[in-house]
Design a protein. Structure first.
Length: 327
């Protein structure tokens, strides 16, 4: 699996570090600024790389097994149908297809799990069904999709074909208001959780948009700083506490019960690269003063869950996905 022998537990011991997948690469066995992860109906992990403006070929979705076996990728940097530039989120719909949010084109594109383009919807604006920098995305139990319409400071619900259904929110810091919402999660009962990025909080809503509660991470913890991606499952709420370089785990009432800090070893992909480049590994071995720091998360951006208790975290600035197992 990896070169890491021990598998340390999380801060409170509810999770154990499991594995890592990743390597900085513009293509093939690697990622470049991974911002979203999703498990497909075929069991494959799909990882969206945002890369940077000087590396357009690295903007892609990589497909691999959860053990780290590379399967393939699809990309196509640009603004034409089937292309994308500023990917922010990917999610699988109940139709088994992959939906991708592009905040450059202000639209949602739909692909097969293998990357065949099927269509897109959305356009720039602030009217019903229009978007301004869509970010987080999640499917509800009824098959509809929730989109964080970030710079319109609202949440929109769409049918899978892109028909707008309902929206809520406005700019502000009060209950039900947003300042650049980013992440979206939906629980099995249809309740909606939104990471309110610049307000440093998570807001919970009924399926129809009625405000329920807000969690700021200070109940049992020291608060969030720019929360991004989040996930809900197995009775817990997982929050990528982006600026604090950690993933906070909350119970259903918003109490912080554990913290994932990152414990990465060397991935299989990195091991293969280093074996082929021993001079680089020698240089890395000499730079031991920061080895513990480099195991940690650096701007975690997205989190997703498997049915058997695995937690996948997009460790964006270190170009990898770290995996934990719930105990």
């Amino acid at each position: 699996m990896t070169t890491l022998v021990e598998h340390p537990v999380s801060v409170a011991g509810l999770y154990r570090y499991h594995d890592v997948i990743g390597l900085l690469s513009a293509g093939g066995t690697g990622f470049s600024g991974p911002v979203s992860v999703a498990l497909g109906p075929d069991g494959l992990l799909h990882v969206a790389s945002r890369a940077n403006p000087n590396q357009p070929e690295a903007v892609r979705v990589t497909r691999c097994t959860i053990e780290g076996d590379y399967v393939g990728e699809f990309c196509g940097w640009g603004e034409a149908p089937g292309q994308f530039i500023w990917v922010t989120a990917i999610a699988f719909g109940p139709d088994g297809n992959l939906y991708l949010a592009d905040e450059n084109a202000h639209r949602i594109s739909r692909f097969t799990p293998e990357g065949e383009f099927l269509g897109h919807w959305g356009e720039f604006g602030s009217g019903s069904g229009q978007m301004n920098r869509p970010s987080g995305m999640a499917f509800a139990p009824d098959g509809t999709v929730l989109i964080a319409d970030s710079l319109n400071h609202r949440v929109q619900r769409f049918a899978m074909d892109g028909s707008p259904l309902v929206s809520w929110g406005e700019y502000g810091a009060g209950p039900g208001q947003f300042n650049m919402p980013w992440g979206v999660a939906v629980d099995s009962g249809g309740a909606v959780y939104i990471s309110d990025w610049r307000n440093d909080r998570i807001q919970k809503f009924e399926a129809d948009g009625r405000f329920v509660a807000e969690f700021d991470g200070k109940n049992g913890g020291d608060g969030f700083a720019r929360p991004t991606g989040l996930a809900v499952g197995r009775g817990h709420i997982y929050v990528c506490d982006w600026w604090n370089d950690r993933v906070q785990v909350l119970d259903a009432d918003g109490l912080v019960i554990d913290t994932l800090i990152g414990h990465s070893g060397t991935s299989r992909w990195a091991r293969t690269f280093l074996d082929a480049n021993p001079d680089i590994e020698e240089k890395l071995n000499k730079a031991t003063q920061n080895i513990e720091l480099k195991r940690r998360f650096y701007r975690p951006t997205a989190v997703t869950l498997s049915a058997d208790g695995l937690v996948f975290v997009a460790d964006s600035y270190r170009h990898r996905v770290q995996i934990y197992q719930q105990l």
